[in-house]
Design a protein around this ligand. Structure first.
Ligand code: GDP
Ligand code: MG
Length: 440
């Protein structure tokens, strides 16, 4: 995935104070490949890369983020906004019933989604929808919707397959008003390919039903084809929203990005399986992470941003550079880590960490942190400042005072030294350039 690829580039630019043009170029090349691999339309990719480059270049690097993380953040934000930014809700007519027309190619998932949507509206919005079987062409299409309706214990309006879809729509809406349904969901016919007869008929249904929402149902597995389909349907019918189905497959969701970019129509729902409750409101930010394949790197970045005090971070960095970092700073650091949440959760979100074999040996749990804190709190002021003071008798005293063992104390002292070394590397200080002080 992109995450692994970016790692290499990230390592190179970690610790730099400013994101250079070359850094952005390097990262963008990886992002570009990943997007194309995820089946994003190449025109969309091109524009996207240009936008991100412009935004990422020359940005002042936030102290709590590495330049690499910052570029990822820009990439993610742009992806999210490309897919609509905010989560987009289904229409509600000022006067009931709200009429929703489902359109799309055959097999895209219209009938299934109609039932899923009815279920969603009832469960989440306390609505009372009427399902309408207006696909008179596909054998057993009416039966399919009726079966789903039975399963949901919801009424399905049908007039058989000898009445035109336009007439069905007309009568269905009248019936919905009569029976006080607040939503009318019209399942229409699709074809294997877009053709004029289909479009003309859908136009006719649209004219009579005056839908508040025309949802284009698109199969996410069809990749690039989805874009062409979306474009034609949109040209003919002015769709108001997209439902992306079969996102439970192994597609990376690039189609989502393209469909939104090309039609400028928000994706409102995502189909996540064949079952009736497997429809979810579409969240652009989550899809962005999925396309980037970065799992929770982004939530980690968010956590870091909201929790690490900028000023303190700057101070700390200065201390680490001069190797003045003491156990007091360490305690403060522990508090910050605690504020971010359980340590193993934080580490689990870091790229590479979750897969690292060493993860188990680290035994990072809150109990462990408490132990560490107890040890540090048992040190004297001098000891906290200068761990080299710690001889055997001091170590024994500390172990006793903290209710731990000498081994625990030794381990912590060793880890503290290791950590100092690691932090020094992380702040990008080149080693052995005369910045060391004290005993070294
Ligand atoms: P229509 O021709 O557009 O009405 O498509 P259908 O609703 O009949 O669905 C076609 C096939 O896709 C059926 O086998 C559905 O179970 C399946 N399907 C629909 N939505 C999803 C989804 O979100 N995930 C998966 N895995 N299958 C789906
Ligand atoms: Mg159907």
């Amino acid at each position: 995935g992109l995450a692994e690829r970016l790692q290499e580039t990230l390592t190179k630019i970690r610790g730099k104070g400013k994101v250079s043009e070359q850094d952005v170029k390097d990262m963008m090349r990886e992002v570009r490949l990943a997007l194309l691999e995820a089946d994003v339309n190449f025109k969309v990719v091109k524009k996207f890369i240009a936008d991100v480059k412009e935004k990422a270049l020359g940005q002042e690097v936030m102290k709590s983020l590495t330049p690499g993380q910052q570029v990822i953040k820009v990439v993610n934000e742009e992806l999210t906004s490309l897919m609509g930014g905010e989560q987009s809700k289904i229409a509600v007519a000022p006067k009931a019933p709200t009429v929703v027309m489902m359109v799309g190619l055959q097999g895209a998932g219209k009938t299934t989604t109609t039932a899923k949507l009815a279920n969603h509206l009832r469960k989440k919005h306390n609505r009372n929808p009427l399902l309408v079987a207006a696909d008179i062409y596909r054998p057993a299409a009416i039966k399919q919707l009726e079966t789903l309706g039975k399963q949901l214990n919801m009424p399905v309006f049908s007039l058989g397959d000898q009445v035109s879809p336009i007439e069905i729509a007309k009568q269905a809406i009248a019936k919905a008003k009569e029976d006080h349904h607040d939503y009318v969901l019209i399942d229409t016919a699709g074809r294997l390919h877009i053709d004029e007869t289909l479009m003309a008929e859908l136009q006719g249904v649209k004219d009579i039903a005056k839908p508040d929402e025309i949802l284009l149902v698109v199969d996410a597995m069809t990749g690039q084809d989805a874009v062409n389909v979306a474009e034609s349907f949109n040209e003919q019918l002015d769709v108001t929203g997209v439902v992306l189905t079969k996102l439970d497959g192994d597609t990376r969701g690039g189609a989502a990005l393209s469909v939104k970019a090309v039609t400028n129509t928000p994706i409102k729902f995502a189909g996540m399986g064949e079952k009736i409750d497997q429809l979810e409101p579409f969240h652009p930010d989550r899809m962005a992470s999925r396309i980037l394949g970065m799992g929770d790197v982004l939530s980690l970045i968010e956590k870091a941003q909201s929790n690490v005090d900028e000023e303190k971070a700057r101070e700390l960095e200065k201390k680490m550079r001069t190797m003045d970092f003491t156990f007091d700073d360490f305690l403060e650091q522990l508090d910050q880590v605690r504020n971010m949440g359980p340590l193993d959760e934080i580490l689990g979100m870091m790229p590479g960490f979750n897969k690292a074999k060493g993860m188990k040996d680290l035994q990072v749990d809150d109990k462990q942190i408490n132990k560490v804190e107890a040890i540090v709190r048992s040190m004297t002021k001098q000891e906290k400042k200068d761990p080299s003071l710690m001889n055997a008798s001091r170590r024994r005293r500390i172990a006793k005072g903290s209710g731990t063992t000498i081994q625990d104390v030794n381990r912590l002292l060793k880890q503290f030294e290791d950590m100092k070394k690691m932090m020094k590397q992380m702040t990008g200080m080149t080693s052995g350039k005369g910045k060391k002080r004290g005993k070294g």
